[in-house]
Design a protein. Sequence first.
Length: 275
Amino acid sequence: MAPAGPLKGKVAFITGAARGQGRAHAVRLASDGANVIAVDLCEQIASVRYPLGSWDDLNATVKLVKDAGARIVAKQADVRNRASLSAALQTGLDEFGRLDIVVANAGIGPMQAGTDGWHDAIDVNLTGVFHTVEAAIPTMIDQGDGGSIVLINSAAGLVGAASADAGSIGYTAAKHGLVGLMRVYANLLAPHSIRVNSVHPSGVDTPMINNEFTRQWLADLAAESTSPPDMGNALPVQVLQPTDIANAVAWLVSDQARYITGVSLPVDAGYVNKR
């Protein structure tokens, strides 16, 4: 039985839940009383130069959610494959019987991967979110209880930050596309009392950022430019923690934010405001 809290009795569907931000969302929402349906690819994508999450990572998330007192169904699923994603969600629905919260978190950073990176960035970071929302909508509408959908975006969804590499451009383009996706769904689902918002972090201390490849890519980007981009935040903090983003998500999906929809919320220590 999930612990008492503001989300007691709710069920949250979270993609990219094996580690990083996805794990933080799962643990935080579980601590607030929600049961969790967690999915992750648990495989590598060739254009991504850093290791992606594994079965062991997803199992670690399962343990942490259970330690928080909640129940969890964890399945392997590829957000690029809508049938795979829908099947994983259905397993959770069979267990819990309802769906109240969606956190579309799965994402990749295929930098320095050329056109393959472009396609994978669009397929995972944009089309994958579309698949996630579409898979969840029928159940949430049929329940008639409203709900909350949060698209995990990036500060790159609000500013034109990218290198000349096609994978990097694809990342920023996909994140900008998510803003449009969020706004459309906020309008389409408002009659059903389903709220849709996006959260835009700057750099977060996750395996997507804190790895040898990404650190080197950022260093090379600064070294090769005659006017290196200012990647710093306005507040004196170099990097955010996954719990900082999870705290914002927990608030957005709670009744405290019951009239907030269609909003792009930066959680970025002032990164976007500097630009």
